[in-house]
Design a protein around this ligand. Structure first.
Ligand code: NIG
Ligand code: FE
Length: 379
């Protein structure tokens, strides 16, 4: 069964890099893109959808989320807006609420957030554990995450829980917790942030990431969110697929990223919600670094599931053009997950499409806060 999608004013393809076809059409067959090109040359098909002059984008790839949790931290957000600083301490309250929630409750929470994200044009989500911090709960969170995505990440090393000495917790993470969680995860991640009393320093992060790799997991890192630190250099040295946040970078961090295949994933929802300075995307782009954009959806630092919001922030606050921001939210974040079947509309890629009620992709940032996206998932 072949479906022809026609009358597309602007089709964003990202076949290899950012690319656009005007007055376009495409054909989807068996969940994959079978043909794309000028509408005037479209082949015959079994079914025909008319996009009435809208834009079609690759579905957004949200490559960094913490969707499996319970509890609410609106009061912590309000306190920050009144001048409090964020240091990761609030994570403990989400851990307590999450441990107390049963699987059905957690599943319902994820379902609501995934539905929100889909309405806003996201077609692929990475989901981390990290609000369990004991063997049973971390395993539970990854099982629930795995019901929604193949891109599951073990984040037992989110923070050191308050009831256990630091060295003992690292041993737990790389021992029984990793053994229980590795079969349920594709990735391992560590919050490497010596500036936080709750997170992990460079040596601890290295120990945890190396153990994860021995257990068959690929690497991602939370680094350089609160201050300059060892996270970015460590991620590059260990060949991590992505280092996320990158808010505070030295020149040598930028050089290291530029000479590597590690993607810099920027999460401006965090700077918005912690009232912090935004990362300098322009500096990274000018140095030749591959950038991804993601929501970091979590109840503490960025409670948004909206990739269009993140794109608008990146354009207004981080020196990116609308085109660069869209590329980072699609093909860039697909690269951060080492995937080439998503994030682009090319023959053979998955038919994860997002329709935009607008004549061009610039409207994503030009009309912030406006619900323009429609999921067009055909696989
Ligand atoms: O990506 N930085 C660490 N972890 C999350 C925040 C988690 C929380 O505050 O609940 C983040 O920002
Ligand atoms: Fe995060």
């Amino acid at each position: 069964m072949a479906t022809l999608i026609g009358n597309i004013a602007e089709l964003v393809t990202n076949t290899t890099e950012f690319g656009i076809v005007h007055d376009a059409a495409l054909v989807v067959e068996d969940g994959r893109i079978a043909w794309l090109g000028a509408a005037s040359e479209a082949p015959a098909a079994d079914d025909h959808w008319d996009l009435s002059g809208r834009t079609v984008l690759p579905g957004f790839v949200d490559s960094h989320t913490h969707l499996v949790f319970d509890g609410d931290r609106a009061a912590e957000f309000a306190a920050r807006m009144a001048g409090e600083r964020y240091d990761g301490g609030g994570i403990a309250s989400t851990v307590a609420a999450t441990r107390a929630a049963d699987d059905d409750r957690l599943r319902g929470n994820v379902l609501r957030l995934v539905a929100e994200a889909r309405r806003q044009g996201t077609s692929t989500l990475e989901i981390k554990s990290g609000y369990g911090l004991d063997v049973d709960t971390e395993q539970r969170l990854l099982r629930v995450a795995g019901e929604f995505t193949d891109e599951t990440t073990f984040l037992g090393a989110h923070v050191v829980p308050p009831d256990i000495p630091r060295a003992e917790y690292v041993e737990l993470v790389i021992g029984p917790m990793l053994a229980a969680c590795a079969p349920l995860a594709r990735w391992i991640d560590v919050f490497c942030e010596p500036a936080s009393p709750h997170a992990f320093d460079g040596d601890e992060a290295r120990t945890i990431l190396e153990a994860g790799r021995r257990a068959g997991l690929d690497l991602r890192v939370h680094g350089n969110q609160l201050a300059p630190g060892p996270g970015v250099a460590l991620a590059v040295e260990l060949g991590a697929a992505s280092v996320d946040h990158c808010t505070y970078l030295t020149d040598s961090d930028v050089d290291a990223l530029a000479g590597s295949s590690t993607v810099a994933t920027l999460l401006p929802g965090v700077e918005f919600s912690t009232r912090s300075p935004y990362p300098d995307a322009r500096r990274l782009l000018d140095a030749g670094v591959t950038i991804a954009l993601a929501t970091d959806c979590n109840p503490g630092t960025s409670f948004t599931s909206s990739m269009p919001f993140v794109i608008a922030l990146a354009v207004r606050e981080m020196g990116m053009t609308p085109t660069e921001a869209l590329a980072a939210a699609t093909i860039g974040s697909a690269r951060s997950l080492r995937r080439d079947d998503i994030g682009r509309i090319a023959v053979g890629a998955r038919a994860h499409l997002t329709g935009l009620d607008a004549p061009s992709h610039e409207h994503l940032a030009y009309r912030p806060g406006t619900p323009l996206t429609h999921p067009l998932l055909l696989d």
